[in-house]
Structures are given as structure tokens and as C-alpha cells.
Design a protein around this ligand. Structure first.
Ligand code: CO
Length: 350
């Protein structure tokens, strides 16, 4: 049913751009890809629960929607989420592996993701992963993934000690722009882990800092000056600390030549070159974020289905006291539809 303009604004279609999957794979299957003893795999306990595994080690208990597309769609119905743009759990990146093996691993994960999406190809859209440690191989897999229906690529915010301004990683972003593949950047392998062993500090401090570092790497290196304007790139977790600290960075750019050495324009002038998701969990913070980024550059992202994610994906946006009805419609789904080229969005089933 096609909604009229007014009800479309009252009940905007929700597209969740930060939603993880972890494909079902036995230890034997995972090991056959040759990543060694600590290969991640998934144990299905057969009762709707399972475990993310690393070798013999139980990494985290999980539930069926993480790997089972039918349970996932049932939860999306309960949450009123029309479409998910799914990305693999970052522990599956395999960036430390030998490149040829990492390419075979990524292709395998990508094909499993495409298989999950076949359950409902309109509501489940997928981002591929790539062997980012070898940019030639990564570009090959991005091209193949586009041809097999993936709508973009999901990458970590650094690889092998290199930030996103590394010339090879900038070359990869060029390749994504050339292929017309959107990029979702997720923090992983958090800095200073030895000082963040308790209280999930790697998630609470490390992740927002990693994402801030990734965005500033692209801005202050002048990479955005060289990358084409049609590159579509989005950072998760509301862009981490970026928006909150932008005034500090602009001030430093004005005051110190070593800050602006490679960046010809004030850092804040680059906010129209990337997007962020809405996973900030607090009404005033969401209003602030949309104020900094603009209402066209924030997209609903929940971090589904993990415990630190938004439990009712899209409720923060829907209940916002700071966004107009039009801004809510854009953030809830309109921006994502355009960003990922999703075509017409489905209704939510009423
Ligand atoms: Co996430």
C-alpha cells in the first residue's frame, strides 16, 4: 500500500544501516578456509541460542536472529523495521590473515550473507567484507560482490597499523567510488586495549576514539580533497567523538600550522563528505548530531542485535523532541535509501 505524504511522515519507513549478522558455520567449515587455530565460527545450540566461537573458546552467547534470516525478519516485524542493511560481525574481518586466504574467507562470508538475504531480498540487503590488507584483492572482491547483489562494503577503521589516510586505503576508497559501492566504516581492534580490560571500556572509550581517529585521518590528511565527491562513506556509532570534538579540531586547525599542513579548509567544512549513523542513545545527543552533520547525513543505525545496540531500532529517532517530521523521515529511512541506492522501500506490512 502506498502511504500518502502525511502518514509517510507520521510513520516513516525504518531502514537500519548498522545491523550485524554472523553466518552459521561449523568449526570444520571455518577451519577449511585455513585461517588457523583461532578461526571464528558459530555454534548453534539447536534451541534458538548459540555461541560465537573462536577456536574452542566461547566468545559470546547469541540468539538465532544473528544467523537465521526467518527469525531476523520476525524481529524486524516486531520492531517495525522495513529494511536492514546487514554487515558481518567485525570479528570476521580476518585482516591479520595471509591475503589469499583472507580473500577466500571474505568471498565465503559474502556468499553466505547473500544466501541469508535470499529469504527476502527486498528487506535484507547486504554489505560485503574484503581482505583490506591487500587492496588489489579487496578491489576484486568489491567488484564481485557488487555483481552478486551486495549494496556496499563494510570495513574496519584501520588495518595492519594503518589509518584510513594510508595511500593504499585511500586507493581502496577510490575503487569503491569507481564501482559505485557505498562504504560503512566500523571500529575494531581498539587502541590501548591493555588499559581497557574492564567494564567494556574498549566499547565505551575505544570505539568512539577509533571512529574519531578514522574521520580525522581522512579530513586532516587532505584525503577528501583527492577522493571523488561521489564516494559514499558512513561511520557507525554516530561518528564516535567526532561531532562533539569538532570545535576543538577547528580551533586547532586555525591556531597551529602543523594541524592544517595537509588540510586546506577548516575541518568542519568536510562534514558534507560523509554520513554517520544514529546510534547515540540519547535524545539531546541525536539533536546535536543532526545539527552538526545536517539532516541528510544521519541514518538510523542500531547495532542490532547486540546488547549495546538500540533494543527497539528507530525509537530514538521516532521519539525525538529535536527533529522535525521531515528530518525524522530522512534519518529513519530516506537518507539510507538514497545512500545505498535501495530503490523503493517496502511498507511495514500493515
Ligand atoms: Co556494530
Amino acid at each position: 500500500m502506498v502511504a500518502d505524504g502525511e502518514s509517510r511522515l507520521a510513520h516513516p519507513t525504518r531502514v537500519d544501516v548498522h545491523a550485524h549478522f554472523y553466518p552459521l558455520m561449523t568449526r570444520k567449515e571455518a577451519a577449511s578456509l585455513g585461517l588457523g587455530q583461532s578461526t571464528p565460527w558459530l555454534r548453534d545450540n539447536g534451541d534458538g541460542t548459540g555461541h560465537m566461537m573462536v577456536g574452542e573458546h566461547e566468545y559470546r552467547p547469541v540468539e538465532a536472529p544473528l544467523w537465521d534470516p526467518a527469525s531476523r525478519i520476525a524481529e524486524m516485524d516486531r520492531h517495525g523495521v522495513a529494511v536492514q542493511v546487514m554487515s558481518a560481525t567485525p570479528m570476521l574481518f580476518a585482516y591479520a590473515a595471509e591475503p589469499k586466504r583472507a580473500l577466500r574467507w571474505s568471498a565465503w562470508i559474502n556468499d553466505l550473507a547473500a544466501g541469508m538475504a535470499e529469504t527476502d531480498p527486498v528487506r535484507l540487503r547486504t554489505l560485503c567484507q574484503v581482505p583490506l590488507q591487500d587492496v588489489d584483492a579487496a578491489c576484486v572482491e568489491v567488484r564481485r560482490a557488487r555483481e552478486t547483489g551486495h549494496v556496499g562494503v563494510h570495513i574496519g577503521n584501520h588495518v595492519c597499523g594503518r589509518n584510513l589516510d594510508d595511500p593504499e586505503l585511500v586507493r581502496f576508497l577510490h575503487c569503491c567510488a569507481d564501482e559505485g559501492m557505498a562504504v560503512l566504516v566500523h571500529p575494531w581492534d581498539m587502541m590501548a586495549g591493555e588499559r581497557m580490560v574492564k567494564y567494556m571500556l574498549k566499547w565505551l572509550v575505544g570505539m568512539p576514539a577509533e571512529t574519531h581517529l578514522a574521520i580525522l585521518s581522512l579530513i586532516l590528511s587532505g584525503a577528501f580533497e583527492r577522493l571523488p565527491a561521489h564516494l559514499r562513506i558512513c561511520f557507525t556509532h554516530g561518528g564516535g567523538n567526532f561531532a562533539q570534538q569538532l570545535g576543538r579540531v577547528d580551533n586547532a586547525w586555525r591556531r597551529r600550522d602543523i594541524v592544517r599542513a595537509d588540510c586546506p579548509k577548516p575541518p568542519s567544512s568536510y562534514v558534507d563528505r560523509f554520513s554517520v549513523d544514529s546510534a547515540v542513545f540519547e535524545d539531546a545527543t541525536l539533536g546535536f548530531l543532526v545539527g552538526v552533520m545536517g539532516e541528510d547525513r544521519v541514518m538510523l543505525g542500531s547495532d542490532y542485535p547486540f546488547p549495546l545496540g538500540e533494543l527497539e531500532p528507530g525509537e530514538l529517532v521516532a521519539a525525538s523532541s529535536n527533529l522535525s517530521a521531515e528530518a525524522k523521515a530522512k534519518v529513519a529511512g530516506g537518507n539510507a535509501a538514497r545512500f545505498f541506492g535501495l530503490g523503493p522501500l517496502p511498507g511495514t506490512g500493515e
